[in-house]
Design a protein around this ligand. Sequence first.
Ligand SMILES: Nc1ncnc2c1ncn2[C@@H]1O[C@H](COP(=O)(O)OP(=O)(O)O)[C@@H](O)[C@H]1O
Ligand SMILES: [Mg+2]
Length: 350
Amino acid sequence: MSQRFVTCAHCRLPHEEGSARCPFTGPPLDPGAPFVAPPEGEHAGRTLGGRYALRERIGEGGMGAVYVALDTALGREVAVKLLLGREALSASRFAREARAAAAVRHEHVITLHDAGALDDGTPFLVMERLEGESLDRRIAAGPVELADALAIASQLLAGLEAVHRAGIVHRDVKPANVFLVRGEGLHVKLLDFSVAKIADASRLTRSGEVVGTPRYLSPEQARGAPFGPQADVWSVGVVLYELLTGRRPFEADTLAALVTSILLDEPAPPSTHRPELPPAVDRVLALALAKDPRDRYESAAAMRIALAKIARYAGADTVTDAVSSGAATLPRWIEPTTLVDDAPPDPGDA
Ligand SMILES: Nc1ncnc2c1ncn2[C@@H]1O[C@H](COP(=O)(O)OP(=O)(O)O)[C@@H](O)[C@H]1O
Ligand SMILES: [Mg+2]
């Protein structure tokens, strides 16, 4: 699905089309305002790094454009993501993050094959090409079955365990970054991790926020506090809540109100929206969405195990299978090196 952006006349930053208001300055976005998007067609037909022949564009988010491409060296199809508009990106940091991301090998995480830069310095990533659709589309079609929601969340958590083990916090787990791979049964892959979200300067942090909706942001990220892998656990909680109820646990018209809601509101238990949900689902989501990370599931694995228990109870075998393939116990996993001192947008800074 292609995302488009509307330029806010006040902050002059691009926001997702469909956002009614500017998340930073508050006024309604003018749907007639010019669209900002990575230049269409400009890169199709190019060959990057003497090797990757770009064909058509298959997706875009706030960070850039994703193309299907031919890896002419190996004769296979790949996906290439151009990280457009990243002028403050430091090449050495990009390379370091790309190496960390490339170390993650997991069936529920997109596989990174290569990384490079154009002559003008624009970084690009080469990854496996997926076919299917991103989860935001599925969610738009309405709430999903309990077993499917549990399977999606469990696979996502299993993928995150691998990401976390590599010392990476994803930081932007949301339906647009989760891909449902076409094929038999449900197969989820986590996209768009860390590499694209390197915050090298406050400018980038800020534009990094513009890219994403802050709806999935953990309270510690929203507060600008140091955060670790449990921030991703929170985001999975928000995604699961939405999968089950079709509603967002935190929703507001302005960024300030949204951040306040994330920091203070206790969302209604999912069963208030869908009474047939087992009480254990309410409990799991209360623990995933605990404001204080010390009260939250201590790891992605801990939440996945809790979901597996519900799945067993609800007779959803796929989740039990997913669990038996992963590590059952992990130590509490927050190392200082994994903390990100990324400042979120200041809600008062309108
Ligand atoms: N490897 C891939 N194969 C197929 N489609 C992809 C792939 N990577 C990304 N996409 C599509 O492109 C969209 C944007 O990719 P993403 O990595 O999230 O970029 P951004 O950083 O711009 O958000 C995704 O939602 C997805 O639909
Ligand atoms: Mg994305």
